[in-house]
Design a protein around this ligand. Structure first.
Ligand code: NOJ
Length: 566
């Protein structure tokens, strides 16, 4: 077991800034157009320059990449196309040497159909122990030709696929992702082994994929869902597929493993559940932390942000876990683009953006400048909040969604399984631009696995590196100031908060003001150390956030070397 001297703080994750790396699209070191661990190693100096506390790696395991690597062939190996376990160790060591913790994705709801267990299950007879690791059932109807239930895959189409001997297996995602049977003790033990395997290699934490899906009600007859895929109407643990109470018995076992390490390993649940149910996942006797996607789902609107922040902090205070904040990840349209589209009544920015994707980004026309401006303001607001913030690769460059990927280049199974009714998530997974021109903008020496648009060049790292007004510079400055200013996990709303402005104060006197527009507003007394867009005549302009520290001789004023603004 690793006793890592660099990580003595057991609470490091509570207010950490975690940067999500989607390995296939981050950096390619071996010229095959697919990102890899060597690419990450080569960019450790860049990661360190951002000022992040941790990285989270989406799956890098052996996989046919039917679902971007979330179809895992072996949970305790590295995909040969991405590197080796030795590369993983080197990457971890280099990140640790730079003070960056390592979190990895763990995918317990399903394996891939190429996993040794699933191959064994297909070769084994009905009712065998090999089949019991998955969820096999006989079909309905006289010859069993109807699926066992009306359950639908999250990616479209039925959630059951038939195998040659006539049985069906359950897959809540792609057919190549058979669901595991978590009632099976061998499955449970194997994941405990996996947690130890990576923890022993120095991994500091785990992002738990589909954490709310592992336990299902499989009592016969299987409950009819009549198209009710989500939890909207059943936020009480009674849905047969999602967020069942018994799932927490699994995480209680995981916690015992986490606590055998020093400092304890941490988990963050990807749980798309009703906010009232989120604390169960974030409990200290469970995973410790859970993603809060409420901010990501909110429109760029003062009242919505206020409600989400207030509710989330109240929850956190009541339950003792720190809140997480997310604006973008590998599953949703990038926030710069969401905020660049005209608002529509009763629709979330996510829904509006999905509809826009269907037009290949043609309609309505994107107001890129506005989206970028708002995204910068939203990020600065998020980074001033108590709790931990998860950033997604490329948002620090102000990247927009790539909407015009040719259909024959799309990789996401959502596109295929929905028959094109949804475009899918490739547009936020396009490989990063490192250089302003050249082969795949410095991502690889070959073409990138997803096509990059020409407008990536001016947004590349190289183009922004020495531009103090760039989004990259803003992220670096924000993370540097956050490190210096971060205090106890609380905030106090200030009287300036109204229907257009959010204004709060953090312990120590650090203040954050966001103007959701349209009129410029006065700023509180103090020194503006950072603003997401230039001030005008000392006023905070529309769609802008500023961070302010109290005037001298306050303790925080001592942190100023050169005033950045005013
Ligand atoms: C959630 C992941 O974030 C997503 O990318 C993936 O497709 C599904 N889980 C299935 O593993």
């Amino acid at each position: 077991m690793e006793m890592s001297p660099h990580t003595v703080d057991a609470d490091w994750w509570r207010q950490a800034v975690v940067y999500q790396i989607y390995p296939h699209s981050f950096a390619d070191s071996d010229r095959d157009g697919v990102g890899d661990l060597g690419g990450i190693i080569s960019r450790v100096p860049y990661l360190a320059s951002l000022g992040i506390d941790a990285v989270w790696l989406s799956p890098f395991y052996p996989s046919a990449r039917v679902d971007g690597g979330y179809d895992v062939d072996d949970h305790r190996e590295v995909d040969p196309q991405l590197g080796t376990l030795a590369d993983f160790d080197e990457m971890t060591a280099r990140l640790h040497a730079n003070g960056i913790k390592v979190m990895i994705d763990i995918v317990p709801n399903h394996t891939s159909d190429r996993h040794a267990w699933f191959r064994e299950a297909l070769a084994a007879p009905k009712g065998s122990p090999a089949r019991d690791r998955y969820i096999f059932r006989d079909g309905r109807g006289p010859d069993g030709a109807q699926p066992p239930s009306d359950w639908l895959s999250m990616f479209g189409g039925p959630a059951w696929t038939r195998v040659p001997d006539g049985q069906w297996y359950l897959h809540l995602f792609a057919a190549e992702q058979p669901d595991l049977n978590w009632a099976n003790r061998e499955v449970r033990d194997d994941f405990l082994t996996t947690l130890r395997f990576w923890s022993d290699r120095g991994v500091d934490g785990f992002r738990v994929d589909v954490a709310h899906g592992l336990v299902k009600n499989l009592a016969e007859p299987l409950e009819r869902l009549d198209g009710r895929a989500d939890l909207v109407n059943q936020p009480d643990g009674t849905h047969p597929l999602w967020d069942r109470d018994e799932v927490h018995d699994i995480y209680a076992e995981w916690r015992q493993v986490f606590n055998q390490y020093e400092p304890p390993r941490v988990g963050v649940a990807e749980a798309w559940v009703h906010p009232s149910r989120r604390p169960r996942y974030a409990s200290p006797s469970g995973l410790g932390q859970a993603f809060n996607f409420d901010l990501l789902e909110a429109n760029w609107e003062c009242g919505e942000f206020l409600r989400v922040i207030t509710d989330s902090l109240a929850d956190a205070q009541q339950h003792g876990a720190s809140t997480t904040w997310v604006l973008s990840n590998h599953d949703v349209v990038r926030h710069a683009t969401r905020y660049a589209l005209p608002a529509q009544d009763h629709l979330s920015s996510l829904g509006i953006a999905k509809a826009w994707l269907l037009s290949n980004g043609a309609s309505p026309e994107l107001d890129r400048g506005l989206g970028t401006r708002r995204a910068r303001a939203a990020t600065l607001l998020m980074l001033a909040l108590p709790g931990s913030a998860y950033l997604y690769q490329g948002e620090e460059l102000g990247l927009h969604e790539v909407a015009d990927i040719p259909d024959d280049r799309r990789e996401d199974p959502v596109f295929r399984r929905s028959g094109g009714a949804e475009k899918g998530r490739d547009g936020c997974r396009v490989p990063l631009p490192w250089t302003a021109d050249g082969s795949s903008f410095g991502f690889s020496t070959d073409a990138a696995h997803l096509p990059q648009p020409a407008w990536f060049g001016p947004l590349s790292v190289q183009a922004q590196e020495h531009d103090s007004a760039s989004t990259l510079a803003l992220y670096r400055q924000a993370l540097s100031w956050r490190g210096k200013l971060q205090a106890a996990e609380s905030l106090q709303w200030m009287p300036g908060t109204n229907g257009q402005v959010l204004h709060f104060r953090r312990p120590g006197g650090w203040q954050c003001v966001t103007n959701f527009g349209p009129r410029a507003v006065l700023l509180p007394h103090g020194t503006v150390v950072l603003a997401s867009s230039p001030l005008e005549g000392g006023l905070l302009t529309a769609d802008t956030t500023a961070w302010i520290i109290p005037p001298a001789p306050d303790r925080l004023a001592g942190l100023l070397t050169t005033p950045a603004f005013q």
